[in-house]
Design a protein around this ligand. Structure first.
Ligand SMILES: C[S@@+](CC[C@H](N)C(=O)[O-])C[C@H]1O[C@@H](n2cnc3c(N)ncnc32)[C@H](O)[C@@H]1O
Length: 817
């Protein structure tokens, strides 16, 4: 293993108590208490420190100005306070003792913690207004001190999440250099109290400014023993609440690239992989880990419970990526002795470093020859797919391909098996179409030696530069055993027909480097019962959520960039679809097949030279239905391929099958097919995705579009008769109801709709048409259903759709010339 290098930053969270310690104030060796603290934390091995920006004095003054009684009996003190408040609103400014940091050098390596009593989502309009002014004042001061990141207080009130988001959006616009990180527990811990029979926590409590915050993030040193032990399990819907608030806020901020998350792990982590995965797909900047999240091991040293450990390891994995966000760990409540019997403060830091050092992802990344080592730096990094037909690849690109230990091995095996199966004859003729620098040519020769078959080998290549390498290898390695042809396989002529046609023109989505079109041109080389390697390839699709990839695609502010496909090694990506068929039994698996291409294809009309008359036979379209078990935001689709080379030998990047077919293959990262505007999908919704492969004489391109639906139970209720006689006769659906925490109520709990709504009626209820065997929605009337009043059924209500992406190939296409 090469030298290990740390890739995560670790910060410590200081409290007001920490920064105002009397002994610090008296220290003669340092110019200011903060400089001493900074030097100490650096010496202990931290990379940064989180410091509250304001003191108690500021909160007191703000309350005295802004929390005043309104009404008739205003005394002179109230009038004076109102006046002071107005003066402050006009020119917001701090007094010296209201801030913790006063000098530029004190603020180096500091992450500012914004006053957590600022309730930007308060129920009270006026308070919200004053909190926003106070926020702007703090952030302007942080900008003045050249602070790079400020951590915002957690949103608490779902009803005003949009107000919170609007205020943050305005703050981002006013402080363009500042990163804002929204502090949020993974879920609202109050749901567990509700589980234990206590009153439900919804709607979220609105705290009086200045009262203890209902949210977490106080670096508590207490309750170590109970943490990580048995806790009630919250239902899925309850766990969606905080994520939904985040989703509203970042959407209102239009996915601002400077807005990120600080996940607060103070409450013990909920179980359920789906819940945790979702956060890994979000732009995490910090993970707050208080000493209370640690448990004591047998010797009394702090360690993390298993669930938290694996979550932190996932975070560490994400921090090895070169994309926008590299989450840092913020340790809280560890200053001084910490909260555990043994080890002191250093034990927490050492433990997190130990987790990092022993993380399989980090170990693999630092070990040459592993996929992780090869892929280092490519995670979540958007690359344009290659266009080997239109462009001439560089030698360096070929060299990268050739490092793949699996692809060439499988090709050799496929050629070997084909040769073994080929009837004994004097010799077998093989053509490698698109030979590049010759690795498949070399493998064909080895396969022939292994199979003890005499072969005549042709190699065709249209890249003039790679053709030089082929000539060199033929002269120096292959003893001129290979007959080389320079030119496009759709145009060159070979001296004789061949028995086996070998090619590798595959893209991440199978056909997206125009293998079908190129092989159409090369098929005339094959004798009538000849073999094509590959024999076929299929494209696969799955809906995904990744605000990281969404942000990356939008980075250049170019509308074309969000309807262009990319090749990406996925890291902070969550596949949204579940394996099950969903409530309506309409959906396929989590990853579904789009289409297939087979070679050779014998049913296409050809011209005199043996070339297809048109490219119509390579047009494809597919509509797929996905079940979405957990609420999430659709940012696009993952595209994969699987190829059959020969017999049971193949290549696959399908996540569920790649290990069985071509484990450790490096050549292809998945395709990312983005959507312009994120689409929110509730728990248990259904997503219908349409994708087309289209072509004209010069180009091939994809277009894509999606619609979302909610399964519902409906009843043809007699209520209809009570409504206006002018109302059309429509089946009356029962809306699915979303409770205050975003979970879908079951049909028996849902509210009946009592009048026909134009929206609902327009896209109303349809049954799954089993007779036609089609998984697609079909709209029917009650008469068609033959349903009586009061009859019940299952259907769906449409809830959203995307735009049609890339119409006519306006943003992204693959050149045929
Ligand atoms: C993906 S590379 C594979 C190269 C090599 N066979 C390998 O596996 O490393 C595809 C190669 O096919 C060549 N190619 C693509 N389209 C072609 C065409 N129509 N005629 C001839 N060569 C083509 C490209 O120049 C490139 O060298």
């Amino acid at each position: 293993m090469s030298d290990w290098h740390s890739s995560i930053n670790i910060a410590t969270l200081l409290t007001l108590e920490d920064v105002q310690k009397p002994e610090l104030l008296a220290d003669p060796d340092h110019e200011t208490p903060l400089l001493k603290l900074a030097a100490d934390t650096h010496a202990k091995g931290y990379d940064a420190l989180c410091v509250p920006l304001t003191t108690e004095r500021w909160r007191t003054r703000w309350r005295e100005m802004c929390l005043i009684a309104t009404g008739e009996d205003r005394d002179t003190a109230t009038v004076a306070a109102e006046r002071r408040a107005e003066e402050w609103r006009e020119k917001p400014a701090f007094l010296l003792d209201e801030v913790t940091l006063t000098r530029l050098d004190e603020a180096a390596n500091v992450i500012a913690v914004v006053s957590d009593w600022l309730e930007l989502d308060s129920e009270d309009d006026w308070l919200r207004h004053d909190f926003e002014i106070a926020l702007q004042q703090e952030l302007a001061y942080a900008t003045y001190l050249n602070i790079g990141t400020a951590i915002l207080p957690p949103p608490r009130n779902r009803a005003h999440a949009a107000s919170y988001g609007r205020a943050i959006g305005a703050a981002l616009a006013a402080n363009p250099a500042l990163h804002l990180s929204l502090r949020l527990p993974i879920y609202d811990p109050a749901v567990f109290q509700a589980q234990a029979g206590k009153p439900p926590a919804s709607p979220a409590p609105v705290s009086v400014p200045g009262s203890p915050s209902p949210a977490t993030f106080s670096p508590s040193r207490a309750s170590v023993s109970s943490v990580g032990s048995s806790v009630a399990r919250a239902p899925e819907g309850d766990l969606n609440g905080n994520w939904e608030m985040w989703d509203v806020i970042r959407s209102v901020c239009d996915y601002h690239p400077h807005l990120s998350l600080t996940l607060d792990l103070t409450p013990p982590l909920p179980s359920g992989a789906g819940i945790l995965d979702r956060w890994a797909a979000e732009p995490l900047r910090h993970v707050f880990l208080p000493s209370s999240a640690f448990i004591a091991n047998a010797k009394g040293y702090p360690v993390l419970p298993k669930g938290t450990q694996s979550f932190i390891r996932d975070i560490i994995k994400a921090s090895t990526s070169r994309s926008l966000f590299r989450p840092a760990i913020v340790l809280g409540g560890v200053a001084g002795a910490g909260a555990h019997a043994r080890g002191g403060e250093g034990a927490y830091l050492q433990y997190v470093r130990h987790l990092e050092k022993t993380s399989p992802a980090i170990v693999a990344q630092n070990t040459p020859g592993t996929v992780e080592h090869y892929a280092y730096g490519y995670q979540d990094y958007l690359q344009s797919p290659l266009q080997p037909l239109m462009d001439n690849l560089q030698s360096l690109t070929y060299q990268t391909f050739e490092k793949d230990p699996v692809k060439y091995r499988n090709y050799e095996e496929a050629v070997f098996k084909a040769l073994v199966d080929w009837p004994a004859a004097e010799h077998v003729t093989i053509c490698v179409a698109g030979a590049g620098r010759g690795p498949l040519v070399a493998r064909c020769l080895t396969a022939a030696d292994r199979a003890r078959r005499k072969v005549v080998l042709y190699a065709v290549e249209k890249n003039p530069n790679a053709y030089v390498t082929l000539q060199h290898r033929n002269a120096t390695e292959w003893e001129e055993r290979v007959k080389l042809f320079y030119g496009d396989m759709r145009a060159v002529e070979l001296p004789a027909q061949v028995d086996i046609l070998v090619s590798e023109l595959l893209g991440s989505f199978g056909d997206n480097e125009l293998s079908p079109e190129c092989l159409d041109g090369a098929q005339r080389f094959l004798q009538p019962n000849g073999i094509s390697i590959p024999a076929s390839y299929t494209s696969w699709l799955a809906p995904l959520s990744s605000s990281k990839l969404h942000n990356e695609a939008r980075r250049g502010n170019d509308v074309k960039a969000v309807e262009t496909t990319y090749v990406v090694m996925f890291k902070a990506v969550k596949i949204l679809s579940g394996a099950g068929p969903g409530a309506g039994k309409r959906c396929g698996g989590a990853i579904q097949e789009c289409w297939e291409f087979e070679h050779p294809r014998r049913d296409v009309p050809l011209d005199a030279r043996g070339l297809p008359l048109t490219n119509s036979h390579n047009v494809r379209s597919k509509t797929l239905n996905f079940h979405i078990p957990h609420a999430g935001v659709l940012h696009g689709f993952a595209g994969y391929f699987e190829a059959v080379l020969y017999g049971d030998i193949g290549l696959s990047i399908h996540p569920e099958r790649m290990d069985a077919v071509s484990k450790d293959m490096l050549s292809w990262f998945p395709l990312f097919i983005p959507i312009k505007d994120p689409l929110y999908l509730p728990s248990n919704s259904e997503l219908q995705v349409s994708i087309w492969r289209l072509t004209n004489k010069r180009q091939v391109w994809y277009e894509w579009y999606a619609e979302s639906f909610m399964p519902v139970s409906y009843t043809t209720a007699s209520v209809e008769k009570d409504a206006s006689p002018a109302l059309p006769r429509m089946p009356l659906p029962r809306f699915p109801s979303i409770d205050s925490r975003g979970s879908l109520l079951t049909s028996s709990q849902s509210t009946p709709v009592v009048a026909a709504s134009p929206l609902v009626d327009a896209v109303d209820v349809f049954p799954f048409d089993r007779r036609a065997g089609s998984p697609s929605p079909r709209f029917v009337t009650r008469e068609e259903l033959g349903a009586e009043d009061g009859a019940r059924g299952e259907g769906v209500v449409k809830i959203g759709q995307t735009a049609l992406h890339n119409p006519g190939g306006r943003s992204c296409w693959i050149g045929l010339m």
